[in-house]
Ligand binder design. Structure first.
Ligand code: ADP
Ligand code: MG
Length: 138
């Protein structure tokens, strides 16, 4: 049993794709165990994308995540990290296989709709970042 982080980026929220993306996750047999609509803080996004600091697209991707509300999801299930990565598709939607979220619903790398944790260690770090009080608010 694993838990991973999915972010529905501002483009996914503005295009009304929250339901479609959650539907696919649930239909696969994975469980949404945390869900929050967030206007992200810059410090959170900078920590989230810390591995990309210094790269050409870093400022743009940080500003993109700050450009509107996002949805943070904790998703749990067997092999959830790998299953979700595969369902979201390649980073560049042009290379993403049809049937994936990015391959079906996105066209540009700047607006590739979703983030998902790359491995179990990243998932742990990112879940702590986006759900600091745990995945369910009380
Ligand atoms: P992923 O989201 O598939 O894990 P990365 O961790 O490599 O991809 O990159 C993080 C995010 O930064 C991507 O989802 C995308 O929004 C953006 N990004 C990555 N590479 C580029 C690029 N070459 N040009 C523009 N944006 C990029
Ligand atoms: Mg990544």
């Amino acid at each position: 049993m694993e838990t991973t982080l999915v972010l529905i980026k501002p483009g996914g929220v503005s295009r009304n794709l929250i339901g479609e993306i959650c539907r696919r996750i649930e239909a696969r047999g994975l469980q949404i165990t945390g869900l929050e609509l967030i206007r992200a803080k810059r410090e959170t996004v900078e920590a989230h994308y810390g591995e990309h600091k210094g790269k050409g697209f870093y400022e743009d991707v940080v500003n993109y995540l700050l450009s509107g509300p996002i949805v943070a999801l904790a998703v749990s299930g067997e092999n959830a990290v790998k299953a979700i990565r595969a369902m979201m598709g390649a980073t560049n939607p042009i290379d993403a296989t049809p049937g994936t979220v990015r391959g079906d619903l996105a066209l540009s790398i700047e607006d590739n709709l979703v983030h998902s944790s790359s491995d179990v260690e990243a998932a742990k770090f990112e879940l702590g970042l986006w759900f600091p009080a745990g995945p369910i608010r009380s």
